[in-house]
Design a protein around this ligand. Structure first.
Ligand code: NAP
Length: 327
């Protein structure tokens, strides 16, 4: 597995592992299989695990903590705070206050069973709270050794610049994939300019770009995707054409759709580290092989040109969810 560096000094595998789906959002969980996936990821050279306090809530950090307590591997863990959720509800509030960051950080450290969080993200920026105050609180946590680095999710260019002026940001984590390319307009070039890493989440379009979802939806109970506009019955047929283009090109290149979607992201810049999510060994193995696949500029351009002909139907979140992005 090749390595990449986020920000000044966070050296990680070229792809990380998104752990969210091991706890909720994408159907039933299976802790035993998830622990096997974490162990196999390490064997495959993946050393960058992505979680958040609200995944579960808390189950995901506890699961990773259980794994880390029994592993001698050197894993870089990224976690997040800033979204406040009640158990068994999706409704949420934002809290970016420095006192809340401290409270969450200490709880995450206990659940993960580590002395320091390698990368600590603000999960969503609260537009009603000055980012400067949040950053000053996070800098205190760095001075105390509780976190090593700071990241921001779904941040606007303006907020990113303001935050970076207080303390260097190591990485921005925002949705980015072949069907979600909004960051290319401003945030991605700003990251490049300021030496900030970029971590695309949902790099497989929450699984859609792999071609898994056919005309008939097959979400198991409680699958969050059933609520997303792009996965609505009325949109899935239209959007399916995008997955078909990817499948056609993947076939020509002798790889899978998931591998092509990840290779396209890796080709976008050395400061990019996608974190495909899975709770299955089969998908993990497949995704890890992307390191061996290179996409030329002309191949990337052809893929983009074909997909640009096919406008995506539906926003990536509900109207409520869209309020939390690019803030
Ligand atoms: N900062 C944020 O706001 C935010 C938001 C969302 C996600 N994230 C992070 O980003 C990570 C990745 O995003 P994501 O999990 O939403 O989306 P993703 O990586 O685009 O897609 C995950 C889905 O694709 C499926 N999948 C994975 N590899 C596959 C393959 N090779 N073939 C077919 N299907 C495959 C998974 O299946 P199985 O479930 O069956 O394994 C899962 O349902 C998350 O785990 C989380 O850590 C962050």
């Amino acid at each position: 597995m090749q390595k990449r560096t986020l920000g000044a000094d966070l050296e990680v595998s070229a792809i990380g592992l998104g752990c969210m789906g091991m706890s909720e959002f994408y159907g039933p969980r299976d802790d035993e299989e998830s622990l096997n996936v974490l162990a196999r990821a390490v064997e495959l050279g993946i050393n960058f695990f992505d979680t958040a306090d609200i995944y579960g809530p808390h189950h995901n950090e506890q699961l990773i903590g259980d794994f880390l307590r029994h592993s001698s591997a050197s894993i870089k863990v990224a976690t997040k705070f800033g979204i406040v959720r009640k158990p068994n509800e999706y409704k949420r509030d934002l809290n970016n206050r420095a006192t809340y960051a401290r409270h969450c950080c200490e709880a995450s450290l206990r659940r993960l069973g580590v002395e320091q969080i390698d990368l600590y993200y603000v999960h969503r920026v609260d537009p009603h709270h000055p980012i400067e105050e949040t950053m000053e609180g996070l800098v205190e946590l760095i001075k105390e050794g509780k976190i090593a680095r700071i990241g921001l999710c779904e941040v606007s260019e303006e907020t990113l610049r303001r935050a970076h002026a207080i303390h260097p940001i190591t990485a921005v984590q925002t949705e980015y994939s072949l069907w979600t390319r909004g960051v290319e307009a401003d945030v991605l070039p700003t990251c490049q300019e300021l030496g900030i890493g970029f971590v695309p989440y949902s790099p497989l379009g929450r699984g859609f770009l792999t071609g898994r979802f056919q005309e008939d939806r097959e979400f198991e109970g409680g699958d969050f995707r059933a609520s997303l506009p792009r996965f609505a019955q009325s949109a899935i047929g239209t959007n399916r054409r995008i997955a078909d283009v990817i499948a056609d090109m993947a076939r020509e290149k002798g790889c899978t759709s998931a591998q092509l979607a990840l290779a396209w992201l890796l080709a976008k810049g050395d400061h990019i580290v996608p974190i495909p999510g899975t709770k299955r060994l089969k998908y993990l193995e497949e995704n890890a092989q992307v390191s061996a696949i290179t996409l030329s500029e002309s191949e990337s351009a052809a893929l983009e040109a074909a997909i640009e002909q096919l406008p995506v139907m539906g926003e990536r979140y509900t109207p409520e969810g869209m309020k939390g992005v690019n803030t």
